[in-house]
Every structure is written in structure tokens, then in C-alpha cells.
Ligand binder design. Sequence first.
Ligand code: MEV
Length: 407
Amino acid sequence: MWKDSYKKTRLERIELLKEGKYIDDKDYEYLKNSEVLSDDLADKFIENQISVYGIPFGIATNFLIDGKEYVIPMAIEEPSVIAASCNAAKIIKASGGFKTSLDERIMTGHISYYNVKNIDGAVNIINSMKEELIKLANDSQPNLIELGGGAQSLEVDIKDEFLVVYLHVNTLDAMGANSINTMLEVIAPIIQEKISAEKLMSIISNYSTHSLVVAECELDIEEKIGKKIEMACRFANSDVYRAVTNNKGIFNGIDALALATGNDWRAIEAGIHAYAARNGKYMSLSEWKYENGKLYGRLEIPMAIASFGGSIKINEISKISFDILGNPDAKTLARITACVGLAQNFAALRALVTVGIQKGHMKLQIKSFAIYAGAKLEEIDLITEKLKNAKHITIEDVKKVLLEIRK
Ligand code: MEV
């Protein structure tokens, strides 16, 4: 159904979403009319609102994840990202698609104390209060408890001059910042009453190491390319300059989906970057190995993505994104997001070790250059056609073609 969807018009693609029952009539009308966040609603989101910033919203197709087909909503301004996702997902689908795994989805908050008089004694006191503190934390969140979530465990540790209390909470489908921050603020003074110390702060941590997700794929691919992709992964682990760019490519997919679904992508990114440096060195988040004629790819990341709370589903496009995805819960969304990251990485590595990145990028870049050069909508296609075989294109080349067209 999605064959050559990039050649179709925007309205045809929206029709396809409706035909495939990815969206309902309300979503359909909203998309068809190109509606965006209203100023009234935007004004409720932030202080000093003056307008709404538009970012293209599109779909990536061909994703086969744990045996189920998905269409991926993405909000992204970079021209090549959706095309790369579709191509990579198509190749991966032909080899059986993605497999994912996820054990738990637990968020962590922490309270830090300083000027602790007897640090070992304080640790013992807090350890002896664990059950009471968890109960007090949970009493402050009856709704969360009723729905089956809540604080599950508490740990205490010494980090340099600080005594740190970690509270691990099952926040169900939410990121859970509000619940966790409230819980921490409830228990922090009670701990402080029992130990001789001062409180520095209490806040959720965006390093969600108890919410790890793994996406994997196994591909039939030409040996030469497979071995080079494996080497590209080793290179990223040897050189942080490459590791950062490798991981940036992964975030092209993750952030676009996080943004489309109304998630806090800064929180997600910050946690994943820290995970990339968990062994004391910033490394590639993905692993690629070529073995027995197959290329094996794996991405393991903390994934605090949510399907409830914050601006999720308040912004209409976020709601439509969830509809397109079949309204997954937070765990399923985490699995999907990791696959999108892995697909994006595969697309980039495959291009980098073969034809180079510019070939694919250039065609799409011409459109951005044309807009930048002041081309009208009807001139953009003409410019793209005229420059389609050029190897390297600068904004000056585009300006020249634009002048020629206008002569
Ligand atoms: C560009 O947005 C992303 C890439 O640089 C990623 C990579 O180099 O792996 C192509």
C-alpha cells in the first residue's frame, strides 16, 4: 500500500492513512486542513507565546517490528531522514524485520544531601527506613497506586561529598516527573529529620537505566558492505568524533518520533547520551557484526518515552501520531522508537561505507537550498529536475539555476 508513497501528493498519503484505518475521520480532517496547534492552546503551553513554529510532519513506512507492521510518524526538518528510514526499514523487513526486548520500565528520582555528619550512620538509618519511606511516597500518589504503579524500591549511596537517596518508581505509561518529584518532596524532610545533613535538591533523573530497551535485526547483505559496517562500528568506538556523529544519526530517528508523539525528547536524549558513556568513554550506541554471511545489528538504550502525561495527546498532532502507531502503550512505543533509531543508523552507515552520504542527501538538499534561495513552490521542482545529475551542489549553483529559469 505504501509503494512509491514519496511520489504521491500529501492528500493521497493522508487518504492512504485513512484507507488503512491508521487514522479516524477527525484525524483525517485535521491533517487534510493542515491544522496545527492553535494559538490559544500554545499560549497555555508556555509563557510569552508569540506564534507556533512549524516542523514538517511525515510518515516512515516498511517497519516490521516483532512481526507487526508499523507506520512511523516523524516530525523533522532534515530533508533525508524519512527517506533513509523508509529505505532501511524496507531492507530490514526483507530479512525478517526487527526483534525487540524490554524487561522493565521504571523511572528513578533522587534526593541529595550534603554536610552529612556521620555518613555511614546516615546510610544505615535510611536503609532501616526503606519500607516506611516507600509507603509514604506511595501514599502521596493514590491514583498511581490504584492503576498498579508506584514506588518499588529505594537505594542509598555516597557520591563524593553527597549522600544520595534513589527512589525507583513504576510510573506506568507516563514519564512520571510530577509523581516522582512529589514523592521525593514528601520523603526528603522525613529523612532529614533522622540524619544530620542538609538537603541540596530532589528531582527525577532522566538517566532511566531501569527502562532499557533492545532492538535487533539480522540482515542478508553483501559481505563487503557488511564487513565495512562492522568496521564503521569499531571506528566509532575508537574515535569519539565519529561516535557522536554515529549517535546523532540514531537520534535523527528517535527525536523525530519522540517529537511527533509529544514526548520530552531532551530528557530522552540526555539519558541515552549518558548511557553511551557508561563505561567511562563515549561510544557508539549501536553494535554491528558481520558473521556467517549475515549482518547483525543491535541497539540497547534507556528509553523513557511515554504514552501519557505532559503534552502527550494534548497537541492534536501527538494524538494523531499515536493513532497512526495503533495507540501503543509506553513499553511498545519504547520498542518502536529503538527500531527507528537502529534503522536510521543502518541507513547512514550503509551510505557512508558505499556511495557516501552526499548522493542521497543532495537530491533532498536541493529543495532546501531552493527555498533558501527564494524559489517559489512551482520553481522548486524545476530546479530539482535541472540539477538532478549534478554531483556536488552549492547554494550558488541553485541560485544560478533559479536566475536561468526566471529569464
Ligand atoms: C546526518 O544527519 C546524520 C549522519 O551524519 C549520521 C552518521 O554519520 O552516521 C549521516
